[in-house]
Design a protein around this ligand. Structure first.
Ligand SMILES: Cc1cc2nc3c(=O)[nH]c(=O)nc-3n(C[C@H](O)[C@H](O)[C@H](O)COP(=O)(O)OP(=O)(O)OC[C@H]3O[C@@H](n4cnc5c(N)ncnc54)[C@H](O)[C@@H]3O)c2cc1C
Length: 362
């Protein structure tokens, strides 16, 4: 079996890693650099805390799997349970109580605390989920890539333009750098997946949504969790920089960042974190969330598609944390094995109007 994987972000790399471990012939096609897309531009956090049972259950498989892969890789992605902390206003407390009962029933309940239990915050109401955590996204992807290269995986530079079919089956891919033969094509193009599929006559509801992210100069390390509140989120890197952004989307074009948003972010940090009145912003960049109508991913295939065509994309703002496990699930599916999540996250669910009730995009 010859598998062509389109896109060398965390999902394409994880799928390649798992297939190569099974002895499959794999070629990755990437138009930029490895990890050039959102997998190299994100906040590097993982969480169990979604508001649909299905995503929580997926996280309950995916996060332990991520933590175990972190131990296997030649680069250390520093995966650890550093927690998520929500700063709550009065209105959010009632909503959080409902979520807390769902999370408790799933075995991932947190606790309501006074924010000042974390010495970097002022008094107020907070919700703390210690099970969640952080990782270094580049070390995760590049660690996978080192293993892929060792196992003989190929990387072709080029933009995938269309898939080639014959007799209802895929037989290869046309790129701007020539054609590649293969009997399976896995589309892991992140935010570009919807556009690629539509160019090939298949409608798949994945829309790019631009998000900015900013980073400050390094200060003494004292903020372990990811903090979410008042329309912003932030955390601290092991180097001491505060990294985060606003939770609203920007118009999807280009990769620039807005000066006004940068000022909003640094003002929020100075207002919220004790003793950081003079902290300065170092830089900012942007990337794309890959939004689906139910803010949940799409994996597998649809029976109406050419045989051998698979998709794994649409992770909204939480794709890297799931990438290790999704690569394993997708590799199983391509090799003809079943997985309990395939029906739940199937591309067919949109036509069948079987959407998930998920809207927790951070
Ligand atoms: C600001 C920000 C913060 C985030 N924070 C988190 C977080 O804390 N935790 C988390 O889990 N997730 C987070 N995410 C989401 C996460 O980054 C994505 O869901 C994830 O990286 C998607 O991985 P991917 O491999 O599917 O896509 P990508 O990493 O985007 O990879 C797709 C690849 O396809 C390539 N490509 C595109 N078109 C073509 C083509 N036609 N031919 C060949 N190659 C092509 C691109 O160059 C790219 O390398 C964040 C995202 C952003 C933008």
């Amino acid at each position: 079996m010859k598998v062509i994987i389109l896109g060398a972000g965390s999902h394409g790399l994880s799928l390649a890693y798992h297939l190569l471990k099974e002895g499959v012939d794999v070629t990755l096609v990437e138009k930029g650099e490895v990890n050039h897309g959102s997998s190299g531009r994100n906040a590097g956090r993982f969480r169990y805390h979604f508001n649909s049972k299905q995503n929580i259950e997926y996280a309950k498989e995916a996060i332990p799997y991520l933590l175990s892969i972190c131990q296997e890789l030649p680069l250390n992605p520093f995966c650890s349970r550093t927690g998520y902390l929500w700063i709550l206003d009065e209105e959010e407390i009632e909503r959080m109580k409902l979520l807390d009962s769902l999370w408790r029933s799933e075995g991932v309940g947190g606790e309501f605390i006074d924010c000042s239990q974390f010495s970097f915050l002022k008094e107020g109401k907070c919700y703390y989920a210690p099970q969640d955590g952080s990782f270094h996204h580049d070390y995760l992807s590049l660690g996978l890539y080192i293993e892929i290269a060792k196992m003989g995986g190929k990387l072709v530079r080029g933009e995938a333009l269309s898939f080639l079919t014959s007799g209802g089956k895929v037989v290869g891919v046309k790129t701007n750098n020539g054609e590649i033969e293969g009997d399976v094509i896995a589309v892991t193009l992140g935010a570009w997946t919807g556009e690629f599929m539509s160019r090939n006559g298949i409608s798949l509801p994945i829309k790019p949504e631009k998000r900015e992210i900013f980073i400050t100069e390094g200060v003494k390390f004292r903020i372990k969790p990811l903090v979410i509140g008042n329309g912003f989120y932030f955390s601290q890197t092991l180097k001491g920089e505060l990294i985060g952004g606003a939770d609203y989307a920007k118009e999807a074009s280009g990769m620039d960042v807005s000066l006004i948003d940068a000022i909003d972010f640094i003002s929020f940090i100075r207002r919220t974190v004790r003793n950081l009145d003079g902290v300065r912003l170092l830089r900012g960049w942007s990337g794309y969330y890959e939004i689906t109508p139910d803010h949940s991913h799409i994996m597998g295939f649809d029976p109406s598609w050419p045989e051998g065509l698979f998709v794994d994309a649409g992770y909204s703002g939480h794709g890297v944390m799931f990438s290790a496990y999704s690569g394993k699930v997708m590799s199983d599916v391509i090799l003809g094995r079943r997985n309990k999540f395939l029906d739940v996250f199937s591309p067919s669910r949109f036509q069948m109007r079987r959407l998930l009730d998920e809207n927790m995009v951070i």
